[in-house]
Structure formats: C-alpha cells, structure tokens
Design a protein around this ligand. Structure first.
Ligand SMILES: NC(=O)c1ccc[n+]([C@@H]2O[C@H](COP(=O)([O-])OP(=O)(O)OC[C@H]3O[C@@H](n4cnc5c(N)ncnc54)[C@H](OP(=O)(O)O)[C@@H]3O)[C@@H](O)[C@H]2O)c1
Ligand SMILES: *[C@@H]1O[C@H](CO)[C@@H](O)[C@H](O)[C@H]1NC(C)=O
Ligand SMILES: *[C@@H]1O[C@H](CO)[C@@H](O)[C@H](O)[C@H]1NC(C)=O
Ligand SMILES: *[C@@H]1O[C@H](CO)[C@@H](O)[C@H](O)[C@H]1NC(C)=O
Length: 328
C-alpha cells in the first residue's frame, strides 16, 4: 500500500475514534418533540450554568418562565440572554428573588408566586452549590445541605398547591452521581450534626442522596395525583459550580486543563438534556432517576423504601414541620 493511503486510513480511524469519544462524553440528547406553549415553569438557579441552558431550551418550546435567583441583577442579565437565544417573542420571563439559604426567603418567594400566578406546570430544583467550606445558614443548617436539599424540600412543599391546579405537572430535582459516594453513616451524621464540619465532598454527596430519597418518598405521596416527580443526573458539566473545588479553582490549572475538559466534559446545553427529557417525556414513571435521558438505577441506599420513609420523617423534624396527611 502506498505510504499516503496508510496516512489516510490512519486519520480516518483516529478521526472516527475521536468523534465517538466526543459523542460518548456529550451524553444523551432529549428528542421529545413536545412543546410547552403557555405553560409556566419555575427554575431555581436559572441565572447560570445548567439552569440557564435549560431556560433557553424551554423558552424555545414556548414555556413561560420564572427565574428564581439569589442575585436578581444576574437573573435580569440571564433573561436578556435567554430571550435573545430563544428568539420567541410570545413568552414571558419573570425574574424573582430566592435565597435557598433562608427559609424566610423561600416562604416569601412562594407566597409571592401564589399571589401572582394561578397554576404552575413544573418546578425544577436546579440551584446548587459544590465544595463550599463548612458554615451555617441563618436557619442554623449546614450551607450545602440547606441549599441543595432542605431549601428545595421546603420550596417544593410550598408550591405543590399550585402544581396541583394543572392537569399534568412535574417536579424535577437535579441530583448527581456524587450520591453514590456516601454511605448511611455519612447520611446520618451530616443530617443530625449540622454544626459538625465534614469534608465538603461528603456534605455534597449527602445533599444529593437526600434529594433522591425525597424524590422517591414524594413520588409515593403524590402517586395517583397529577404530579410526576423525578430526579436527574446532568453528568459532568462545565459551569461555575466548580469555583470552590481546589483542582479547578486555580485559574492556571483551570486554563491548562481546558482542552481536555472540552473533550470529556459536557457544555451546559448538553448538561440540561436529561432535565429537559424528564420534563417532556411521555413516560409516566415517577420517583425515578434519569441519567443521559434514560431511566437509571440510583444507588441501593437511595433506592431503599424504609430509608426514604424514615428520612422524610427526620427531615420534617429537622425543620419542625409536621404535615397533615392531606397536605401532600
Ligand atoms: N456541573 C456539574 O458537573 C454538575 C454535576 C452534577 C450535578 N450538578 C448539579 O446541577 C445543578 C446546577 O449546577 P451548575 O453546574 O449549573 O452550577 P452553577 O452554574 O454554579 O449554577 C448553580 C446555581 O445555583 C444558584 N444558587 C446557589 N446557591 C443558591 C442559594 N442559596 N439560593 C438560590 N440560588 C442559589 C447559583 O446562584 P449564583 O449564580 O448566585 O451563585 C447558580 O444560579 C446543581 O444542583 C448541581 O449540584 C452539576
Ligand atoms: C419578599 O418579596 C417581595 C416581593 O417580591 C420582595 O420585594 C422582597 O425583597 C422579599 N423579601 C425577602 C426577604 O425575600
Ligand atoms: C425534591 O427534593 C426535595 C428535597 O430537597 C423534596 O422535598 C421533594 O419532594 C423532591 N421532589 C421531587 C420531585 O423529587
Ligand atoms: C403508584 O401506584 C401504582 C399503582 O396504582 C404502583 O404500581 C406504583 O408502583 C406506584 N408508584 C410509586 C412511586 O409508589
């Protein structure tokens, strides 16, 4: 074979290998054609990363949006960007202040929404923090635990009445594969000893495990109602969430690793596909865990009925809230 053909054959093989790898890391794509014209979706943390990318995709599909942000200025900038990208002048976007680190703010936000809107199609609990150093919120809870878990827990319950007014409604909790990296002991100690510093990776993993346990428990409570509830793993996505994570918080290291990340880490648009899928799919499954737009098994701990039931009760005690059976 002449030399030149070897080179050509070699590059074709390498090229297609690289292409398959890139496709592999880009993950699943939501192919549901469903539109959400005129329906209202609340997204927490919609000013940044995965939440903002999701907002653009939903705006293209006709949904009206509430961007719930702790930084309203950044939320208003995101709104401009989302409207530009979506090119859809028929939708409305509202930016509202919400700080998940404050129960007062969560209640104030929910009251406001209830006064202003009659029904809500979906709530996406997307806001989250990763690798923050240990500290306590104004309510006395560990900051990652409250932002990623307790805050969404309270917000979800406050908004259920509005979700119930819609014929079909959905809740999506954005979890993470990190939920597999913690055990029952971690779950117990982080939950019951909020002021005891633990590794930020453990508190993140626990918050995400707790979110899946709740997804399961809430799905049981809301079974045979109009509301479908699921948890989603977005995958590894290039966003601001890694700003506190030492291997990525150094700007030099971050820049040097950039070419590798471009290949193996999703961009936010790729990262929001599984959430989009959980919102649009005609599959009526509830209480499940989606990864790469497919139903996936969560960890055995996250799948245990007895633990999810007990953990729901412990959470209610933690926030001193005792729901009537009829409230869920
Ligand atoms: N990126 C990944 O690889 C990855 C992997 C698995 C799971 N996830 C999950 O995906 C979700 C979205 O993260 P992202 O990667 O898109 O990160 P991001 O760009 O940092 O977005 C996180 C959002 O949460 C908001 N937020 C943080 N604390 C808040 C609080 N107390 N009250 C209200 N909003 C608050 C942030 O607001 P500010 O802009 O004001 O900080 C921001 O809008 C998170 O739940 C995360 O755990 C991400
Ligand atoms: C309560 O809601 C109002 C109306 O949206 C808002 O102006 C105010 O800043 C909120 N207060 C708190 C503490 O969240
Ligand atoms: C989402 O997680 C919260 C806990 O943070 C829980 O209260 C709620 O039931 C969950 N919702 C769904 C749909 O999983
Ligand atoms: C919901 O109820 C149906 C039967 O009506 C049952 O098959 C299903 O397992 C239940 N799902 C959950 C999450 O409890």
């Amino acid at each position: 074979m002449p030399e030149i053909w070897k080179y050509i054959a070699g590059s074709v093989v390498l090229g297609s290998a690289a292409y398959s790898l890139i496709k592999y890391f880009a993950g699943g794509v939501c192919e549901c054609p469903t539109r959400l014209d005129g329906l209202l979706v609340i997204i927490t943390g919609a000013n940044s990363g995965i939440g903002k990318a999701l907002a653009i995709e939903l705006a293209k599909r006709g949904a009206n949006l509430i961007l719930a942000c702790r930084n309203v200025k950044s939320g208003l900038e995101a709104k401009v960007h989302i409207l530009q990208e979506a090119q859809n002048s028929n939708i409305q976007i509202h930016v509202k202040f919400l700080d998940l680190c404050s129960i007062h703010s969560i209640k104030n936000f929910s009251e406001n929404i209830q006064n202003q809107f009659r029904e809500v199609y979906a709530l996406v609990n997307c806001a989250g923090v990763f690798y923050l150093p240990h500290s306590l919120t104004e309510d006395g809870f560990e900051v990652t635990f409250q932002t990623n878990y307790l805050g969404p827990f309270i917000l979800t319950h406050e908004l259920i009445p509005l979700l119930k007014k819609q014929v079909h409604a959905r809740i999506v909790n954005v979890s993470s594969e990190a939920h597999r990296k913690v055990n029952a002991n971690d779950l117990r100690s982080v939950t019951l000893q909020q002021n005891q510093p633990v590794s930020p990776f453990v508190s993140y993993g626990v918050s995400k495990l707790a979110l899946i346990l709740f997804t399961k428990e809430l799905a049981k409570k809301l079974n045979n109602t109009n509301i479908i509830v699921n948890a989603v793993n977005p995958g590894n996505v290039e966003t601001a969430i890694y700003r506190h994570f030492p291997p990525l918080s150094n700007p030099w290291l971050f820049a040097i690793q950039k070419p590798i990340r471009t290949l193996v880490v999703k961009n936010p648009k790729q990262g929001c596909q599984s959430i989009l899928h959980a919102l649009l799919t005609s599959n009526p499954s509830t209480g499940q865990y989606y990864s790469d737009c497919k139903l996936t098994l969560a960890s055995p701990l996250a799948s245990c009925d007895q633990i999810s039931r007990e953990y729901y009760r412990v959470t209610c005690e933690l926030i001193r809230w005792f729901p009537e059976e009829s409230e869920c």
